[in-house]
Design a protein around this ligand. Structure first.
Ligand code: C5P
Length: 273
């Protein structure tokens, strides 16, 4: 039996702007995703007689688990049951905006796609059906995400930055965070200009401009609803002078950005880019 260990990286959003609610119920977004070297580990043991899942956090094997969704969707696509032992070692906090569940699912989809020679388009469709961030994790690195996060362009991976993370200990549900944003019609049009400027600032190491342009539309409403996150944000800012301190995704994890390897977790490049 050949055992395979997949590393599933976390992500931060270096920029996150939310537009209007669409007819399908999702909001249009404009974001910069960036993978970092904090990993969940997914250990796979093929060649067993039946499938089996275990996790060090006691994660259930049902439709609340992104790995279950990915596995079942691939079985459906192939029209047969698969036999695979899966063991998840979780390092990325759940419900923290770091994309752990999405990254785990994407790693499994990549593996199953390669093993069973499934077309990239089919894997991409399955990824979209699991969650808005899953398509990004099929590749990782640095990506601009639009649509609901699944329309991706890859401007070239950013290198030479790192982050410190602070998980305030509470989970923020993504639908709740979107609901806190207020009236959809008040939201601005999304324009790529700021994102392009921010990416140039990263490349040119213009740290002041990075600090000015980086943003996350969820911070204000999420901080207002959960003062414990705002307190953690203020503490993190006081702790060390960073280029900028932000919340990632819809929260609750906060990150401080540093040049070079001054932070605990480094930016990592894409798997095949
Ligand atoms: O796709 P994901 O599972 O992350 O989405 C969870 C929920 O977050 C959606 O059902 C929707 O309520 C909200 N969402 C949204 N717009 C997005 C992404 C998520 O409104 N772009």
């Amino acid at each position: 039996m050949v055992e395979v260990t997949l590393k599933c990286p976390a992500k931060v959003n270096l920029f996150l702007q939310v537009g209007r609610k669409r007819e399908d119920g999702y909001h249009g977004i404009l974001t910069i995703f960036q993978t970092i070297d904090l990993y969940d580990e997914l250990i796979l043991r093929p060649g067993v007689s039946t499938s089996f899942f275990k996790s060090d956090t006691g994660l259930a094997w049902n439709s609340s688990n992104t790995l279950y969704k990915a596995f079942k969707a691939v079985e459906k696509h192939l029209g047969k049951e698969l036999a695979l032992e899966m063991e998840l070692k979780k390092k990325i906090p759940t419900g923290g905006g770091l994309g752990g569940g999405s990254s785990d699912a994407a790693a499994l989809l990549r593996y199953l796609g390669e093993t069973f020679h499934i077309e990239r388009e089919a894997i991409f469709e399955i990824a979209c059906s699991i969650g808005s961030d899953v398509p990004f994790f099929l590749r990782g690195g640095t990506a601009i995400g639009t649509g609901r996060g699944e329309v991706l362009t890859f401007p070239g991976d950013l290198k030479g930055y790192s982050v410190d993370l602070c998980f305030p200990g509470i989970e923020v549900s993504t639908p709740l965070a979107y609901a806190l944003l207020g009236r959809s019609s008040d939201r601005q049009e999304l324009s790529n200009k700021e994102v392009e400027k921010l990416l140039s600032a990263f490349r040119e190491r213009d740290l002041v401009l990075i600090g000015k342009l980086s943003k996350n539309d969820f911070e204000e409403p999420v901080f207002a609803k959960f003062p414990v996150i705002e307190r953690a944000y203020n503490k993190l800012r006081e702790k060390r002078k960073a280029i900028v301190t932000r919340m990632t995704g819809s929260g609750s994890t906060l990150f401080s950005l540093f040049e070079g390897m001054d932070g605990e977790y480094n930016f990592v490049t894409s798997t095949d880019g």
